[in-house]
Write a protein that binds this ligand. Structure first.
Ligand SMILES: [Ca+2]
Length: 585
């Protein structure tokens, strides 16, 4: 256990030296002291409690356990929000029980149910009645709000001194470190990273109904022109589902859902990828070219694709209900998928699971490979990040033993501990196979987890982990933990749709850059206006036409809505991020 996940001594501090020096904050004396620590750590045996640094003897100097005499450890009060399937006292949580056994750490948890956590956190901050750390329930907005009030403790030095496992992560992924710096150039709290080979970095596949292609003797299209021909062949064939009614549509879209953007899949073939992200809507329609932000709708490829989609609409190729406003219940698009007969030739979705009532219909849909257009290949990425948080376990300024928290977080950064912290404990969600790899503890069906503790399979994750800072990297799969079984099918379909190539071709506009509070407020005010112009214009162009003649006016409308200001604020945040990243490389 003691040597598990400890980084090689040679690598220690490499990136952190650059980062600390790069920020110009450390004088020579501090730098020398840190070098001393690394040299010392290089000599000490792993996990050995070295003498001298602490006189009470209740804690070790490095490795695990952290606390040697729990009775003597001063109290640590840590806040976290809890969910309703887990034990009320996080110390009774399955993951935490192993963590206590491994580290010896004693935590007095202050908890609130998820529904009232935000209010509780605001009260604690407003009254300055603070725990030693906020494990969860706190985020960037809190930090920005209290940044100049000294409520939170920067953790740069703690990372450099006490966190070899987190440093190893930053060595491999300097971009995550560069994204973690607050506007004042310091680190607060710790990250959560959930790399799943880019699962959330591309949208769900574009699906095409294979039995209709087979019926018409059409093979999978390879170009944009061939794709358009397939769609028109579907249209001309008429009653493909054989119910005597022309109720089929070659393409359907659920525009109001705001999640999938089949238009953007096409527009990339006309030279401009148009992104819709679902969440992080600030990244919609943005792409990075040579580190500069570009707004997709300003490109002629966007205009050209709008003209194509108007043809689809006019010719009955596109389901006219694609733009129906979202009422409660299923959208008209969703209802067509749920029909007992196939009604749609092509659509895009985050997997087909749960969208169909007839599994035979569902089985006919296959993931479409990218096709070549006049100015590129189809497909888009999502402006997302697998770094989902940078401010977990945020330590407050008055904490007397911040190194205990830092070392405990570093315990969470050991790969197997991160996997179980993120997805559920061994003994609940996972069992280790003969090679020591964590695998789902499945029932006889082989598909879902064995029910345990009187809970359903989908409750075992929430029951058995305390969440918090953790890092899952792609290289942990099949070395530490299996790829999440419930995501494998979607991943495979994305891969068939050209995911890997897309992620090499494009760089995501990360939502993890930082804005100053006043900039954020300005973005929040401008963004809905820009989106209104985009949404209203694109829908009108597709339904009524107008893309040929109104392109210049559209650009003016976007500018009047604040597009230039929006781009300059976002670009500034990116410039700072790239500048920091360069210093680390
Ligand atoms: Ca029909």
């Amino acid at each position: 256990m003691k040597s598990e996940g400890i980084v090689s001594r040679q690598k220690k501090g490499g990136i952190f030296m650059k980062m600390l020096l790069g920020n110009g904050r450390l004088g020579f004396v501090v730098f020398a002291a840190l070098i001393g620590i690394f040299l010392f750590a290089g000599c000490a045996k792993k996990g050995e409690a070295a003498s001298g640094a602490d006189d009470s003897g209740w804690k070790s100097d490095s490795g695990f356990p952290i606390v040697l005499d729990p009775a003597k450890q001063p109290k640590l009060k840590i806040f976290r929000s809890i969910n309703d399937v887990e034990p009320e006292d996080p110390n009774e949580n399955l993951w935490m029980q192993k963590a206590i056994a491994d580290t010896g750490i004693q935590i007095e948890w202050i908890t609130a149910p998820g529904s009232s956590a935000a209010e509780r956190v605001q009260m604690m901050l407003a009254s300055n009645d603070l725990p030693d750390a906020f494990w969860t329930g706190i985020g960037r907005n809190h930090l920005l709000q209290y940044l100049d009030k000294g409520v939170f403790m920067p953790v740069d030095d703690l990372v450099a001194q006490y966190m070899p496992n987190l440093r190893a992560v930053y060595e491999k992924r300097p971009e995550y470190l560069a994204m973690s710096y607050a506007p004042d150039g310091k680190l607060y709290g710790f990250p959560r990273v959930e790399e799943m080979k880019g699962l959330v970095m591309t949208p769900g596949p574009v699906y095409i109904y294979k039995p209709w292609m087979d019926k018409l003797g059409i093979s999978m299209p390879k170009t944009l022109d061939e794709t358009v021909k397939v769609l028109y062949a579907f249209k001309q064939a008429g009653d493909l589902n054989g119910n005597g009614v022309k109720d089929e549509y070659p393409i359907s879209w659920d525009y109001a859902e705001g999640w999938d953007h089949i238009f953007g899949w096409f527009s990339a073939a006309n030279g401009i990828m148009d992104v819709q992200t679902g969440f992080h809507t600030e990244g919609n329609h943005l792409l990075l070219r040579d580190k500069k932000l570009v707004y997709a709708a300003l490109d002629e490829g966007f205009q050209k694709t709008a003209i194509l989609f108007h043809q689809f609409y006019r010719d009955g190729v596109l389901n006219p209900d694609s733009f129906a406003p979202h009422a409660t219940g299923s959208s008209l698009h969703a209802q067509k998928l749920q029909s007992n007969l196939p009604m749609i030739g092509m659509f895009q979705a985050w997997g087909t699971e749960g969208r169909f009532t007839n599994t035979d219909v569902q089985k006919g849909y296959v993931s479409m490979p990218r096709v070549q257009g006049p100015k590129g290949k189809t497909g888009y990425i999502r402006n997302n990040s697998e770094l989902t948080d940078t401010t977990l376990a945020m330590i407050t300024a008055d904490c007397k033993y911040p190194e205990l928290i830092a070392r405990f977080v570093d315990y969470c950064m050991i790969p197997a501990n991160s996997a179980t912290l993120n997805w559920g404990a061994e003994g609940a969600v996972y069992v280790k196979d003969n090679n020591g790899i964590l695998r789902w503890d499945v029932d006889e069906s082989g598909q879902i987890l064995k029910p345990k503790f009187g809970l359903e399979w989908w409750q075992l994750r929430g029951y058995s982990t305390i969440w918090g800072p953790n890092v899952i990297l792609n290289d942990y799969y099949e070395t530490v933990v299996e790829y999440p079984r419930d995501a494998q099918r979607l991943y495979d379909e994305q891969a068939a749709g050209g995911k890997v190539e897309l992620l090499q071709e494009y760089e995501a506009v990360s939502p993890r850059v930082w804005f100053q509070p006043e900039e954020q407020a300005e973005l929040d005010q401008i963004l809905p206006q820009i989106n209104n112009v985009y949404d209203a214009t694109l829908q009108r162009w597709i339904i009524d036409g107008g893309a040929e003649t109104e392109f210049a006016r559209f650009k003016t409308d976007l500018e009047n809505a604040g597009l230039n200001r929006f781009l300059s604020i976002y670009q500034k945040a990116f410039d700072l991020y790239f500048e920091r990243l360069e210093k680390l490389d």
